[in-house]
Write a protein that binds this ligand. Sequence first.
Ligand SMILES: [Zn+2]
Length: 282
Amino acid sequence: MIPITDNHIHLDRRGKGIVAAKEFANAGGTHLILVSKPSWTLGVQVTEPDGFKPVFEETIGIAREINRSDIGVIVFTVLGVHPAEITRLTDQVGQKHAEELMIRGLETAERFVIENEAIAIKTGRPHYEVSDSIWDASGRIMAHGMELARDAGCAVQLHTETADAAVIADLAAIARKSGLPPEKVVKHYAPPMVKVFKREGVFPSVLAGKGAIETALSEGSRFMMETDYIDDPERPGAVLGPKTVPRRTKQLIERFGEEAEEAFWKVHKENPEQVYGIEIMV
Ligand SMILES: [Zn+2]
């Protein structure tokens, strides 16, 4: 049996929650990298330095519940601060304080990594147009997240603007400057530019939409797969569903045979093991 890992998924108790993990398992999935949701989607108002803690505890709680159940899926968590928090928090408390709160949030995430409750820190910069001043603050926050990951010896997952070759090179340069090897940087929502990512060192987590994985495979096996399923009760079906990664993997193995299967052992087991320092066993 081949392990099948979704490298970036969210679960929400007001959405499908644990039922989504069951659907993933029934489709053949074995491991989930569960990423914390933005604070506002959980109705959490961050106003104090410890404000992100309940957001992270919610993610850890869901992971624990699945790990202790008989669903048969192993969950690892990635905790951090969504880059779009800066816009919302700036409106509420001003930009300077927003930056501070987000940095404290990343430090809280790092503590959970050190306590083995999480395997990586999520950070990044806005994917939409922002003022120069917010862009600069976001850059400082992301670099700080990378420094924390360096200190904790863990990886980061990045949410950024759409990645092209120049963006990928820029992210690798920022990582090196922060003392974090680019190999510990996972670009979430990555296009299937496997060769460019390999050249720059950054690790792509390719969205498993139509055709993307075929393209990725044609360039190699140095990538991971994700749905970015957001489990939003108001927008069911707005994104790829929780069964997508196992289904796509099995379809492609059926179509391309042994060669694809070998590549998928890398994608679903060796790559996450190497990037996060975890063990993927089935
Ligand atoms: Zn996401």
